[in-house]
Design a protein around this ligand. Structure first.
Ligand code: UT7
Length: 329
């Protein structure tokens, strides 16, 4: 499977740290130093993960170039347009892609990595030759208004990649994926209500419709989680950490990225960061970062790239790719 196009979409409204410190007990100093975030975006009222996914998907199709049929659409989202049906069929229809297979993957912050692994499987099985893989999340709809633990880090956004069948040694080729999960940690980041589980009697009325996160514990587990997963993905590709030109990690917290880089013995300069501008966009984080890294010139044709993510589920995943020649964005 080969990377053949990228795109991202961020909603217009910018929410700065100062904006948040006016409505809750926090400060620009605390948020910047503890998370690396300066601002994040918020979707407009009525703008959902579907709308963001369509915009990012359209950008990726443009970047890829007109004229190639898309055979499948996989949308990574944990904040779907609605609980049922999936968001992906609406995305495929809105983009005029015809009656292609289209479905969602719910692996939260690891969602894009899981969705890309799924696309690799569809391609390897001969079910599809070219797949549009999108990560789109609008967590702002699920953040409790006074929860500074979650409101300071999450931002809305979508990113997309076109991937196609190709040789394992051609520019843009992905390696094997490492994927994992640990359901024993499923309560650490959760929206408890809204599923088929009866409402919890312990939760204050309505509170379980919102995201609850034990941030410190997730933080603690994410560092070895991502680093170990990176080692497996590198091993499967036959690369060592010295081979890696750029690591594009899930942008959860800059201190997590720094600690993962330290754990791997990867120089900080080789670790791409855009969390300052976008916050933690959950399943959209990696494809937005890939798009921004390409647009910034932080990753160049021929670079060896490591992707890694960790988040709710708990889930994690990593993979490798060589960066292809792609048009500038
Ligand atoms: O996307 C994938 C899943 N999510 C993550 O990976 C998130 C991982 N976790 C984190 O990024 C961090 O745990 C947070 C950013 C959520 C919190 O940072 P922290 O350094 O773990 O803070 P903490 O919860 O340990 O709190 C440290 C102190 C506490 O004060 P005391 O008890 O030391 O006086 C908190 O009350 O900071 C206080 N605090 C805040 N102060 C101002 C916690 N949140 C805030 C805040 N503003 N927003």
């Amino acid at each position: 499977m080969v990377l053949a196009g990228l795109g991202a979409y961020l909603p217009e409204e910018v929410v700065t740290n100062d904006d948040l410190s006016r409505v809750m007990d926090t400060s620009d100093e605390w948020i910047s130093s503890r998370t690396g975030i300066s601002q994040r975006r918020r979707a407009a009222e009525g703008q959902t993960s579907l709308h963001l996914a369509v915009e990012a998907g359209r950008e990726a199709l443009k970047h890829h170039g007109e004229g190639t049929a898309i055979d499948a659409v996989v949308v990574a989202t944990s904040t779907p347009h609605r609980l049922c049906p999936a968001t992906a069929p609406d995305v495929a229809t809105a983009l005029g892609l015809g009656h292609v297979p289209a479905f969602d993957v719910a692996a939260v912050c690891s969602g894009f990595v899981y969705a890309a692994a799924t696309a690799q499987g569809l391609i390897a099985a001969g079910t599809a030759r070219t797949v549009l893989v999108i990560g789109s999340d609008v967590f702002s709809s699920f953040l409790y208004p006074s929860d500074r633990n979650t409101r300071v880090i999450f931002g809305d956004g979508a990113g997309a990649a076109v991937v196609r069948a190709g040789d394992h040694d051609e520019p843009g080729a992905f390696g094997a994926f490492d994927l994992g999960s640990d359901g024993e940690g499923s309560d650490l980041i959760t929206i408890g209500g809204g599923g088929s589980m009866p409402p919890s009697e312990d939760a204050p009325a309505g509170r379980d419709q919102f995201l609850a996160m034990e941030g410190r514990e997730v933080y603690r587990r994410s560092i070895p989680g991502m680093a170990d997963s990176c080692r497996v993905a590198l091993d499967r590709r036959g690369w060592s950490i010295e081979d890696v030109d750029v690591m594009i990690g899930h942008q959860a917290n800059i201190r997590i990225l720094d600690a993962v880089a330290r754990n791997l013995d990867l120089e900080r300069e080789r670790c791409y960061v855009n969390i300052d501008r976008v916050g933690n966009t959950a399943g959209a984080s990696i494809p937005i970062a890939m798009t921004h890294a390409h647009a910034d010139g932080a990753v160049r044709a021929g670079d060896k790239v490591l992707l890694t993510a960790f988040g709710a589920g708990l889930t994690w995943g990593s993979t490798t790719l060589t960066w292809p020649e792609l048009p500038t964005i």
